[in-house]
Design a protein around this ligand. Structure first.
Ligand code: NAI
Length: 780
């Protein structure tokens, strides 16, 4: 055989990694994975097996956690938390020690991960474990800096964390490192298929000096996960399927528990005709065959520009034929096993049910494989609406279609209910920079794919979930603002409207304040209004009662005003200053109105606060900058704040004017379009305020103001597909409905009934924006 032959066949002999040490490690512990509670192993039972998917052999028995065991772990975490939160520098030392010990045990961790999950050792050794270690190093730094750099932040308390099986140790690191860095304690549940690397991690914690109770691990399946969601925790952080994410959102609604959801995806991989085609083909190997496509951000939807499609597919098929499939412990393997027969059956069923397009499967030998293997698959010629173009397969299956123009590429790319990641391949920097902001996704890779780092935010929009992991933005998910001494907590109970003694209107004129929709005053669809009295029973006027149709009209007006979201911060600043000035010119009138509505309370302080707040957000409109993250590759990760989109707001019922202005100003400043429902009890200051908006150059439809019942409107707001986030400053009952009904499109919610009103500006800015992480090649 000549060297040329070898290069052409790429025929390698096997290069097996030894499993001896990992198997001995398991045997030494009785072959059972179970709970690690309060620094000790607890309840080790062989309730169900954990198998090696490459061979089908049992690796260990796993304990299925019960409600009592979960409660015990949560109690241990609760007890340990106050002391752990005290000293950031001490936490940093412990996190550094964890990172160093993971490094020392890297090979054991990598082999265990491959045995348990089936992924190639090349991936676990070179990607999963190093990235997990980097996460602890990086977050050790955040622990060190927390006291000095985040003086307004404090830990949430006890975090329940539920992770999937596709990156068992890496997901553990993504969850545990930021939580511990910010002074929380954790109870983590690994996925039922892959609990073993978490066992090694637990022992590393002990060796690193993690105090008992700070890290607790509970093994088990979905039922154990549900017990953790129901337990006395302050937050649930979940990564997994969209279906389970929905269940958890519903379960936690109204509980006051913080929640982050990192769910599925159907991420587009867009190749323009001027791309470096060989690089783009090689990129696809990482995009869809990395971890057998069992990756939430997998580039699973290939969009190729028509002119190069045939050539591109031909090159791709040739590359597929060179992929080596097999037992991941062989260092020559490119594509390993699927995690479990259940997942394999799901992939097979989805592909077998498809009749559209043309299917090509990898020609690599597969007959001798005993475990859960599925051949790399390419299905071309699909229409954007075909099931396999829309549904997540979570396997090594790439589906493809073509496009003609950049505009069409964007349209197809965004034609999905998900929004996690996207890859753009072009040698034209102008095109890349034009496309990146137009993609609806949390992450964009330019001429790259599947890049992740502890410094860069990771997470999605739409049904891919909410919240970010990694970077400064990821820390938000593990902290809450300190309630400053003297800061008031928002009242939970709303005032009831004043009623007249005899029902006689003091003012015979019909003064019915209309709704404000699309820059115009609009009569309510239902034709109903509510009388509004002052404290002495004098009729002040009527306020319209908005219904579902009015809400729909308002959302349509918001959508039509989308130019606001791409307008410059400078322009938004000018307009907000103008709004503030116009309010200032009518300050006395508003002060009188507030006094009338609230019955004697002076209104001028509230008006002054509103004016000052508008000026503050005019100031912020062009100063909420993003960041350029230093990442350890030849590139840079930009953190670009983008508006959330359409935000619906149920305003604070206790302050007639400020209740509206407080959320409205930051939301508008950051480029969102808003539909706000005014205070139910005191609606007339808000309706007076739209006269200010009318004279302030705010484009029509950017801000709509409705009046009516929060209870009536909340479920429709939460369920509306074109609302991207709902903020509820209303009562606890209303907020609960908002959270529970938000599952229709997994929208962001922000409910405040339990927290102080004196949020720092960083919280308003974070709630008003999505961070898009854009990775560019950069530097040497
Ligand atoms: P899953 O969402 O059921 O499991 C993820 C984790 O949630 C596991 O730890 C599981 O035990 C736990 N869990 C399940 N039901 C729960 C409940 N009711 N309450 C609390 N925790 C619960 O995912 P599964 O069934 O393993 O995979 C199914 C599909 O989910 C995959 O085919 C894929 O489409 C998607 N998936 C997405 C992942 C991602 O990274 N976004 C990761 C894993 C799966």
């Amino acid at each position: 055989m000549t060297i040329k032959d070898i290069f052409e066949s790429m025929d390698y002999g096997p290069a097996p990694e030894s499993a001896v040490e990992a198997l001995a490690w398991l045997a030494d512990r009785g072959g059972i994975a179970g709970h690690f509670i309060n620094g000790k192993w607890d309840a080790l039972r062989d309730d169900f097996p954990s198998n090696n998917p490459a061979t089908g052999e049992k690796l260990a028995g796993v304990t299925k956690g019960t409600a009592e065991e979960v409660a015990k772990a949560v109690a241990a975490a609760r007890k340990a938390q106050p002391k752990w939160a005290k000293d950031g520098a001490a936490r940093a030392r412990v996190l550094y020690a964890i990172a160093r010990l993971m490094q020392k045990n890297a090979r054991l961790l990598a082999v265990m991960e491959t045995l348990d999950n089936g992924k190639p050792i090349r991936e676990s050794r070179d990607i999963d474990i190093p990235l997990a270690i980097r996460h602890f190093y990086h977050h050790a730094g955040f622990a060190q800096l927390m006291d000095a750099e985040m003086p307004d932040a404090e830990p949430l308390g006890v975090c329940g964390q539920i992770i999937p099986w596709n990156f068992p140790l890496l997901m553990l690191a993504w969850k545990i490192a930021p939580a511990l860095a910010m002074g929380n304690t954790v109870v983590l549940k690994p996925a039922e298929y892959t609990s073993l690397s978490a066992m090694i991690f637990a022992e590393i914690c002990t060796a690193a000096g993690v105090p008992p109770g700070v890290v607790n691990i509970i093994t088990g399946d979905g039922e154990t996960g549900a017990e953790l969601v129901a337990a006395d925790v302050d937050k649930i952080a979940f990564t997994g399927s969209t279906a389970v994410g929905r269940i958890i959102r519903e379960q936690t609604a109204g509980s006051g528990k913080a929640l982050s959801l990192e769910l599925g995806g159907k991420s587009p991989y867009i190749v323009f005709e001027d791309a470096d085609i060989d690089s783009a083909v090689e990129g696809l190997v990482d995009a869809i065959w990395f971890n057998s496509g069992q990756v939430c951000c997998a580039g699973s939807r290939l969009l190729v520009q028509e002119g190069i499609a045939d050539r591109f597919y031909a090159k791709l098929r040739t590359r597929m034929d060179g992929l080596r499939i097999g037992d991941g412990l062989d260092k020559c393997i490119d594509v390993g096993a699927i995690v479990d027969p259940v997942q394999l059956a799901q992939i097979k069923a989805m592909v077998d049910a498809n009749t559209a397009g043309e299917t090509y499967q990898c020609a690599a030998p597969k007959t001798e494989l005993r475990g859960c293997f599925y051949p790399p698959t390419l299905i071309t010629g699909l229409a954007p609406s075909d099931t396999l173009m829309q549904e997540e397969i979570f396997g090594p299956v790439l589906v493809a279609t073509t496009f003609r123009t950049p505009a069409e590429a964007i349209e197809i790319a965004n034609n999905t209910r998900y929004g996690l990641a996207a890859s753009v391949w072009t040698e034209n920097i102008n095109l890349a920079l034009d496309i990146a902001p137009k993609l609806v996704s949390g992450i964009v890779w330019v001429n790259a794919t599947n890049l992740m780092d502890a410094a860069a935010g990771f997470g999605g929009v739409r049904e891919s979930g909410f919240g970010r992991e990694g970077g400064w933005e990821g820390l938000m998910g593990y902290t809450k603002p300190k309630i400053k001494s003297g800061g008031k907590s928002a009242k939970v109970t709303a005032p009831t409207p004043f009623t007249t003694q005899d029902g006689t209107p003091a003012d015979p004129l019909d003064r019915t304040a209309k709704l404000y929709i699309g820059g115009k005053q609009a009569r309510p669809d239902g034709g109903y209004s509510q009388p509004v009295f002052d404290k002495s029973g004098k009729l002040l006027g009527h306020a319209s009662i908005a219904n579902r149709k009015d809400l729909r009209n308002a959302i349509e007006a918001n959508a039509a005003a989308k130019g606001w979201s791409t307008s410059t911060g400078h322009l938004r600043a000018q307009i907000l200053y103008y709004v503030g000035e116009n309010l200032s010119a009518r300050a006395d009138e508003f002060a009188t109105r507030i006094k009338q509505l609230t019955g004697g309370r002076t209104g001028s302080k509230e008006v002054d606060d509103a004016i000052s707040w508008l000026f503050t957000w005019a100031a912020w409109a062009d100063k909420h900058d993003g960041a350029a993250k230093g990442v350890p590759i030849r590139g840079v990760a930009l953190a670009m704040p983008e508006p959330v989109g359409n935000i619906a707001i149920l305003t604070d019922d206790t302050r007639p004017l400020m209740g509206l202005i407080e959320p409205l100003a930051p939301a508008l400043a950051m480029g969102n379009r808003v539909t706000a429902v005014a205070s139910h009890a005191f609606p007339l200051a808000a309706t007076d305020f739209y006269q200010v908006l009318e004279t302030s150059d705010l484009p029509a439809g950017v801000a709509n103001i409705l009046t009516g019942s929060h209870t009536e409107l909340a479920p429709h707001m939460a369920a509306h597909a074109n609302i991207d986030a709902v903020w509820s400053f209303s009562t606890a009952d209303v907020s609960k409905v908002v959270e529970a009904k938000s599952t229709s499109n997994i929208k962001r919610t922000w409910v405040n009934h339990r927290q102080s009103r004196s949020w720092p500006s960083s919280i308003w800015r974070a709630q008003s924006t999505e961070i898009k992480t854009i990775w560019f090649p950069y530097g040497e």
